[in-house]
Each structure stands twice: as C-alpha cells, then as structure tokens.
Design a protein around this ligand. Structure first.
Ligand SMILES: [Zn+2]
Length: 287
C-alpha cells in the first residue's frame, strides 16, 4: 500500500537557534533565529514552495509571532521538542513531559493540527526506540527522526528508506539517503547540503526519484547566516565553529537551486496521515 506521493519531495526546516541548540543547550535563544528564519521564509515565498517547519518550542515561547508568520505563509508547523536535548539524555517520562510542553506552546499559535515531530539530532536510534510510543501517545501522527544510515553520531543502518508505519498509529518519514555501491550516504540536508557540490545533491535526488522515493530535505535557518559562528560570544570550540560555519555562504544559493529544480510540499500533504488519499493540493498538481 502506497502511503505517500512519490516524486513530491518534502522540504523540512528545523527552527532553532545555533548557540542554544548546538553550542550549549543551557544558553539563551538569540534573536538571530528570527532574521534567519525570515530569510528562509522569503526564499520559499519567492519559489511559491511550502514546507514543514519543525519548531523548537523554546524558540516559539520567546518569539510566538515567528510561528504565526510561518503558519500564515501556509507552511506546516511541527514540533522539534522544547529543549533540543537528544533523546539519549531523556527517559520516557522526561520526553513525555517535554513533548507535552512543546504542544502546549505550539498549538495555540497555529490553526492546523501539529501532527509531526522531529527529534533533536535525529536521535531516534536503536537505543531510543522506546521513544516511538511516547511520541505517538503525545498526539503526533508522524515522526521524521530516523536517519537510515550508519552515522557516527546517529542513524540506523538498516532502517527503511521510505515513509512507513513504524508502530501502530505512528508513521516514520525518514531522512534522505542515497545508495551508492552498497553504501547508504546521507544527502540533501544540513552539513551534507552545505559541503557537497550542488551537482551531487541533484544527482542524489534524481536517483532517489528513480527508485520511486521522495527526498526529505532539511535545513536549519542558521545555515543561512555565515557570520554567526564568529559572532557568538559564548564558549564554543574552534573546530565546532569551523565545521558548523563551513560553506554557510553557499546554502542560500543551493536552496534556490533545489527549489527551482524539484517539487516540494509539506510532509502532511505528501504522506497519508489519516488513511485516505493524500491531500488534494498535491494530488491535483502531480505530474
Ligand atoms: Zn535540531
């Protein structure tokens, strides 16, 4: 049973503030997240593309208007948790509390249901599969949290590559990997998008489409902010600043290229969440 519209890719944006989400979870959320997210919104508006924004509710709590603006542009709003703590540091109880808090903050800001969740650092892995029923029971219909490759910091090497019902009542919409010579390589997101030449990203997405799958692309607003890694005053190791700042200048250009070349829609319009046909906006325009 096909549960999604292949050939329509999904653009996902993890809305978080670099110094708080990456450098140190105890630091405050800075206002840079506003300009950076608005930059992403402007680019999407230019291409008339709508996506799914997984918003960290610590950001939403501080900047509720930002979330209203995301929703007003027709994007889907999902949750990226509250604190950006990896699931490996949480228990079923603390995750449940965090998801509950996140939904209490996000729901009043958007008219549509908040159906999707993305775990911080793609931290649904072999050791954290206990999180799946917790995510479902919090009220989410899908999670987009598994990177189906053997990563150094995350990933499940033999996880399924296409959206599927991972436990009864919860779909998993995995991040994109491309299979090359028996290896699974991550593509089209975050550092992989920043580091790889665009022609490789294009090749990977075409290959995924040839295999009748959709590509889930992810970006962070801060990846469009080249100056940030040097502007942040908080203690951050040099290698982190170098790695995380590398090629941020190219993100905007690559995003424009992706959006003009491939078709994208929010996750909830590509994946069947309620057992019926995919929602009409995608079905009507599908070619
Ligand atoms: Zn994140």
């Amino acid at each position: 049973v096909t549960i999604y519209t292949a050939h329509v890719n999904m653009l996902t944006v993890d809305v978080e503030d670099w110094q708080q989400s990456v450098v140190n979870n105890r630091l405050p959320v800075s206002g840079r997240v506003i300009d950076n997210t608005r930059r992403v919104l402007n680019i999407l508006r230019m291409h008339r593309v709508r996506g799914t924004f997984f918003v960290q509710s610590l950001v939403a709590e501080q900047y509720p208007d930002l979330v209203r603006d995301i929703a007003r542009d027709g994007h889907e709003v999902g949750s990226h948790g509250h604190t950006h703590h990896s699931l490996v540091t949480l228990t079923p109880e603390t995750l449940a509390a965090e998801l509950d808090q996140s939904l209490r903050i996000l729901r009043p800001l958007v008219d549509e249901p908040v159906s999707g969740y993305r775990a911080p650092n793609f931290s649904v892995g072999r050791d954290t599969l206990w999180a799946l029923p917790v995510i479902r029971d919090a009220g989410f219909r899908y999670s987009s949290s598994i990177f189906p490759f053997d990563g150094r910091r995350y990933g499940i090497g033999d996880a399924r590559l296409e959206p599927h019902e991972i436990i009864p009542g919860l779909l998993e919409v995995p991040l994109a990997v491309v299979e090359v010579a028996g290896h699974r390589l991550p593509v089209a997101g975050g550092g992989y998008l920043r580091l790889a030449p665009y022609r490789l990203t294009r090749l990977a997405i075409r290959r995924i489409a040839a295999a009748q799958r959709s590509t889930v692309v992810y970006v962070h607003p801060y990846e469009l902010d080249p100056g940030e890694v040097w502007a942040v005053k908080a203690h951050a190791p040099l290698h982190l600043r170098l790695m995380q700042g590398f090629n941020r200048r190219a993100t905007e250009r690559k995003l424009h290229a992706l959006l003009s070349e491939f078709r994208f829609a929010p996750v909830r319009e590509v994946v069947r969440l309620h057992g019926g046909a995919p929602q009409p906006r995608v079905a009507e325009s599908a070619t």
